[in-house]
Design a protein around this ligand. Structure first.
Ligand SMILES: [Zn+2]
Length: 466
């Protein structure tokens, strides 16, 4: 059995004997990937889609945490946290939801089973396996319908909206451990836990509340692992996060700035629609795109600016969206990240960013602190006691899981099988690693995208501004 657990928002530099004793101990026994990369935008749902498909947003099409889908709502974006909105999009002319085969579908096609649980938003959990090739549990909903009815009967109800994340984590882990795993005897179990993301957003990195959540998740996973290890002969574990985190420094809000600068008429106007890291210019507003891109690049709080590839020539200084492996028919014409610095938080964690007021920390940027994610593996088939510095990323997890099960990854996957982690694979130190940069045409000083490259796969490290 392969157990794949996402600790939402866990920065790799916060894995330690003090805060995550079980994970730190298991990492020492297995492989720690010290150069693993999230997909940009470094937000949850985009990376959920990349984990499911082994593809970048340009291919899977879940290009941001919010999407502007005029067929569903011509005035504002839909939230990808809302699974019903995702399903409505899948059924609309903007569908299908994910435009590449998912791990769940490939496993089902090979006669293997997968069960999934998630304590975050129903949308994130749904993206784990949106064609529901195996049962899925979330604290608020479960799929398929028959399984939800079974759960509701067994536990009397699903959790209420006011339940806290500890209750949600325990509920989902309990359903997997007591019900789904014994009944299905799955080959792959995926579990997406909503902490430490939630506590970090509200209280900050290494705040007392975030540390408490790190210990809570660590203890829950230790207990689940002990339970599975007692019954499973060949247990392989992957522990990862979907993105890192930055501390919020100066407050900024894109929509407010666009209104103040005259690019947007008002908060509810449909001329420029703000959606996550994306700006969608609707029909009457498209002519101002070069002027808007130029204005954004002149703002001290903008850290990276990408435009649709076909518009890059008209917007000197902007990078094409393909430079971040984005650019899809569902993408906004402009995507951006706020500017980041290395400045530490009050708790000593480096990485500060401009961000929306009202939160202590966030993610979504092109900083190295959000683009690096945790990836640790141990158990059957995995090397013991090493750190791999070979660049890798979330897109590589699905092909690696398939490789371990002896299933060929489809050519649609952008990721590579991480054979350097496997007992029969090459020594990570024998793999050549190089670094490259990319600059915008027309104004090469405006911004620089930095990449790590291994085995002809390149990973975005961070973007700097001139
Ligand atoms: Zn997340």
């Amino acid at each position: 059995m392969i157990l794949l657990v996402v600790w939402d928002g866990l920065r790799p530099d916060l894995v330690s004997p003090e805060h995550t004793p079980f994970l730190a101990r298991m990492a020492a026994q297995g492989v720690t990937c010290s150069a693993s990369h999230a997909v940009w935008p470094t937000a949850t749902r985009i990376n959920a889609a990349s984990l499911s498909t082994g593809c970048y947003p340009a291919k899977h099409g879940l290009v941001d945490n919010e999407l502007y889908v005029p067929a569903l709502d011509p005035r504002r974006a839909i939230s990808c946290a809302d699974w019903r909105a995702l399903q409505a999009m899948a059924d609309s002319e903007a569908g299908p939801l994910l435009m590449a085969p998912t791990l769940g579908e490939i496993l089902a096609g090979a006669g293997r089973r997968m069960v999934s649980g998630g304590s975050g938003s129903p949308g994130t959990t749904y993206l784990t396996n949106p064609t529901v090739t195996g049962p899925i549990v979330n604290w608020a909903v479960a799929w398929p319908t028959g399984f939800e009815a079974e759960l509701a009967e067994r536990y009397r109800r699903l959790l209420r909206e006011d339940s806290d994340s500890v209750a949600r984590n325990r509920y989902v882990i309990g359903a997997l451990r007591d019900l789904m795993i014994p009944a299905q005897r799955p080959d792959v179990v995926t579990l997406w836990l909503t902490e430490p993301d939630h506590a970090q957003h509200h209280y900050g990195l290494l705040s007392d509340e975030a540390c408490q959540m790190l210990r809570h998740v660590d203890a829950e996973i230790e207990s689940l692992h002990a339970h599975l290890a007692a019954t499973e002969q060949d247990l392989t574990c992957f522990m990862l996060s979907d993105h890192g985190f930055d501390t919020i420094g100066p407050a900024i809000q894109m929509e407010t700035e666009l209104i103040a600068a005259g690019f947007k008429t008002g908060p509810a106007s449909d001329d420029v629609v703000c959606a996550g890291c994306s700006l969608y210019l609707t029909e009457g507003a498209q002519g101002m795109l070069p002027r808007l891109a130029e204005w954004l690049l002149a703002q001290s709080w903008v850290g990276a600016l990408f435009v649709a590839d076909e518009l890059a020539e008209a917007c000197p200084g902007a990078l094409p969206q393909s430079a971040a492996r984005g650019g899809h028919r569902r993408s906004g014409q402009i995507m951006y990240s706020y500017r980041w610095t290395n400045e530490p938080s009050t708790t000593g964690v480096p990485g500060t960013i401009y961000g929306s007021p009202g939160m202590a920390a966030t993610h979504g940027s092109t900083s190295p602190y959000t683009l690096r994610n945790t990836l640790i593996a141990w158990g059957a088939g995995i090397k013991q006691g090493i750190v791999s510095e070979v660049p890798c990323g979330i897109v590589d997890v699905a092909p690696t899981v398939l490789h371990l099960l002896g299933i060929e990854a489809p050519a649609t996957m952008d990721g590579r099988g991480l054979d350097e982690l496997l007992t029969d694979g090459p020594d990570p130190q024998s793999i050549a690693v190089t670094h490259t940069t990319r600059r915008p045409k027309g104004a090469p000083q405006a911004q620089v995208a930095h990449y790590s490259v291994a085995r002809e796969h390149s990973y975005l490290d961070y973007v700097t501004r001139g």
